[in-house]
Design a protein around this ligand. Structure first.
Ligand SMILES: NC(=O)c1ccc[n+]([C@@H]2O[C@H](COP(=O)([O-])OP(=O)(O)OC[C@H]3O[C@@H](n4cnc5c(N)ncnc54)[C@H](O)[C@@H]3O)[C@@H](O)[C@H]2O)c1
Ligand SMILES: [Zn+2]
Length: 358
């Protein structure tokens, strides 16, 4: 097991990464102690792994909530049902929420923990690759509103993240690949050597080789933890984590969040960001080729749906990163270095959108 710490003063917390962590039980027992537990999972994940959590916490009082599966259930209505269960079972301020699932369960359970009695402790036990490397770390919690994704939420850091790589064994291939997109993102924004390592190890990752997965998850969490430690509330650096997300947001919105997984949209979005960076002569054309090849080898899509440049721009303007009417973009200086900027020639964005969205 490897452990790293998200450094946030008195809100610092460990991320434990390794194989067999739930089966051993020690990390989750250490985080929870003897307190009451609200275990939140969903109908897909609970039958696979809730038993491991319950055995690890055999001495605790556990209230279990099993949610339906799917992004559409990351809602205030679902959160409200969870509050009902907590209140009916008289859970106190010292209870701990344990989120067992992907980003949907983690975001919702985290949001519930942030609100219940003005905030109680919670532990993340991520089960998708995306949750291992992204959503379980950093304390962003939210539910969706019919008017938009993640519009209602809070910053609330977990007290521990237990990242057991064994849980990835049952993850559908397509979800695994979507998680790889976020891992590739970390190499692109701040670690060229990690990007090269990914080029060398992408086949091992696709084959779910434990050592490769653990290394990729560890490095990704290390990068995210460092960024969150510097900029918890996204006033600066943390925005770099949105590489590919603004263009990807246009793809997800235009396709109604059903055909494309988030990581797939981010993959194509990163390639569009790379294309624009090359048009502005920051990034070499050869490096755009390297990025495209790695994404393709990871089994990720690299061509956007032809929704038209105007419609893509329309969706990008609804993105949260718009400031003073200007769409700010994360662009690449080179592989391993990104910048957030609102000052680019409009003609470059125009040309990029026309070339990629038709
Ligand atoms: N808080 C953050 O910082 C942050 C960051 C990125 C994404 N997110 C959020 O995360 C969500 C997406 O998360 P996701 O990609 O993990 O999707 P998800 O939670 O919907 O999981 C994807 C699918 O895999 C299933 N699944 C999960 N673990 C499994 C396992 N081990 N074996 C078999 N099936 C398994 C789930 O039931 C689901 O059907 C979005 O709501 C997004 O907004 C949050
Ligand atoms: Zn993302």
């Amino acid at each position: 097991m490897q452990t790293l710490t998200v450094q946030l003063g008195e809100r610092s917390y460990p991320i434990h990464i390794g194989s067999g962590l739930l089966r051993a039980g020690t990390p989750v027992r250490a985080a929870v102690g003897r307190r009451d537990v609200l275990l939140v999972s969903n109908v897909t994940v609970a039958p696979l792994y809730a038993g491991l959590v319950k055995s690890a916490l055999a001495a605790n009082r556990i209230i279990e909530v099993v949610l339906p599966d799917g992004e559409q259930h990351k809602s205030l209505a679902t959160a409200s049902r969870v509050f009902d269960v907590m209140i009916a079972n008289r859970l106190g301020r010292d209870a701990v929420v344990v989120a067992l699932g992907g980003g949907v369960v983690g975001d919702l359970a985290g949001f519930v923990a942030a609100c219940y009695q003005r905030g109680i402790d919670f532990v993340q036990v991520p089960t998708t690759l995306l949750a291992h490397v992204d959503s379980s770390v950093g304390g962003k919690t939210a539910v969706n509103h019919p008017g938009g994704k993640n519009l209602i939420g809070a910053f609330h850091q977990p007290i521990a993240v237990i990242s057991d790589t064994d849980l990835l064994a049952t993850l559908p291939d397509r979800e695994l690949k979507a998680g790889l997109a976020e891992i590739i993102k970390y190499g692109l924004i701040c670690d060229a050597d990690f990007f090269t390592w990914l080029e060398q190890n992408i086949d091992a990752l696709l084959a779910r080789e434990a050592a490769a997965l653990q290394r990729a998850i560890y490095r990704s969490c290390e990068i995210k933890a460092a960024i969150v430690g510097r900029d918890e509330r996204e006033q600066g650096d943390r925005a770099l984590l949105n590489l590919g997300h603004t263009f990807g947001h246009a793809i997800e919105s235009a396709t109604g969040y059903v055909d494309w997984l988030h990581g797939e949209a981010v993959a194509t979005g990163m390639l569009i960001a790379a294309d624009m960076s090359a048009r502005l002569q920051h990034l070499d054309a050869a490096d755009v080729g390297r990025i495209r090849r790695l994404l393709e080898r990871a089994g990720l899509p690299v061509a956007a749906p032809q929704i038209g440049a105007d419609s893509a721009l329309g969706y990008m303007r609804i993105d949260k990163k718009v400031k003073a009417g200007r769409v700010r973009l994360v662009l690449l200086e080179r592989i391993g270095q990104a910048t957030l900027t609102g000052s680019y020639p409009d003609a470059a964005l125009d040309a990029t959108l026309k070339a990629n969205f038709g």
